[in-house]
Design a binder for this molecule. Structure first.
Ligand code: SF4
Ligand code: SF4
Length: 304
């Protein structure tokens, strides 16, 4: 077979350009987390130090540089962001520049922290969103995945946030059968009402079959890839890599889903990371199928 005919038969993986840098993520806690959830797709844990904390000067530097890019929203993730002792000053500095969202397991939210979050938000013209991850509407469904006592602790955190005027987005990985969605949502609403969260916002997320989730459920199979044909007419904006990048202590990666993939490390600056990315990873298939996994919009359950 000639080289030319072999090339013609090899399907080219689609490239996704960075259309605009609307979302800048900070992996502020690296892969360090106080929990060890059985479905964590980047296998975070107290002893996973593959990625380390970002420090305040680094975040301030990227915030300053991000102004020229017209970033619309900043996201803080980990690991567990509240394990980073500098998170509150980071948020205060961010809210002087634009809206911010924190993805948290809500188990490290004592009264003094939530009070300070509320003060920071009140002093800003931009909004501060908290996204709280849970994996079931009760201790019986959540705790086998997140750890004993985590449901109660997280709901206490949610209650404190609500008391201080926040409307946290509850995000849940769909670890149940899709036909149970409605019943599970009803139970989430009921649990939220117990902590006086009357009209909860709930976002159901698909499982990403990487990291520990491979052991809990399954890995991807060979058919789960995105081809050029699949991208014809597909709305690029549903893929975070067209509008965002994530800053880690090891460089700027294409998205928060692929930080365990060194090929997704695009360099040491926003400028270096401004290049197309070949979406040939199996996790990209989940993005293609479901879209808007990472941002605050999409897949939100209706308010009860
Ligand atoms: S899923 Fe979230 S809370 Fe659980 S181990 Fe991973 S980073 Fe921590
Ligand atoms: S995992 Fe999703 S956001 Fe990340 S590069 Fe693939 S398609 Fe883009």
């Amino acid at each position: 077979m000639s080289i030319a005919s072999a090339a013609a038969r090899t399907p080219r993986a689609p490239q996704v350009p960075l259309v605009s840098l609307d979302y800048l993520w900070f992996q502020v806690a690296g892969t360090v987390c106080n929990l060890r959830c059985t479905h964590c797709f980047i296998s975070c844990a107290p002893d996973n130090h593959s990625f380390w904390f970002l420090d305040l000067p680094t975040v301030l530097d990227y915030l300053e540089r991000s102004r020229a890019w017209g970033v619309k929203e900043y996201y803080f993730t980990g690991g567990e962001p509240f394990m980073n002792k500098e998170l509150l000053p980071m948020l205060e500095a961010t809210l002087a520049v634009g809206p911010a969202s924190v993805l948290t397991n809500a188990t490290l939210l004592p009264e003094r922290t939530v009070r300070r979050l509320a003060e920071i938000e009140a002093g800003s013209r931009y909004s501060l969103e908290l996204r709280v991850s849970l994996d079931g509407p009760s201790p019986e469904t959540n705790d086998p995945i997140r750890g004993e006592g985590t449901f109660e602790r997280a709901m206490e955190g949610v209650g404190r946030l609500v008391e201080h005027g926040f409307l946290p987005i509850i995000t849940a990985a769909q670890v149940w059968c899709p036909h149970e969605d409605e019943a599970v949502l009803d139970r989430f609403y009921a649990s939220c009402r117990k902590v006086r969260y009357e009209r909860p916002r709930i976002k159901i997320l698909p499982s990403i079959h990487l990291g520990r989730e491979v052991l809990r459920s399954r890995g991807y199979d060979d058919s789960e890839i995105v081809t050029a044909e699949m991208m014809e007419g597909h709305d690029l904006t549903t893929l975070l890599c067209s509008s965002g990048r994530v800053v880690t202590n090891r460089g700027v990666y294409v998205c928060p889903i692929l930080i365990d993939d060194e090929g997704a490390n695009l360099g040491d600056s926003l400028e270096a990371a401004d290049r197309p990315f070949e979406i040939d990873r199996s996790a990209c298939y989940t993005c293609w199928l479901h879209g808007a996994i990472c941002t605050n919009t999409g897949h939100l359950g209706g308010e009860a």
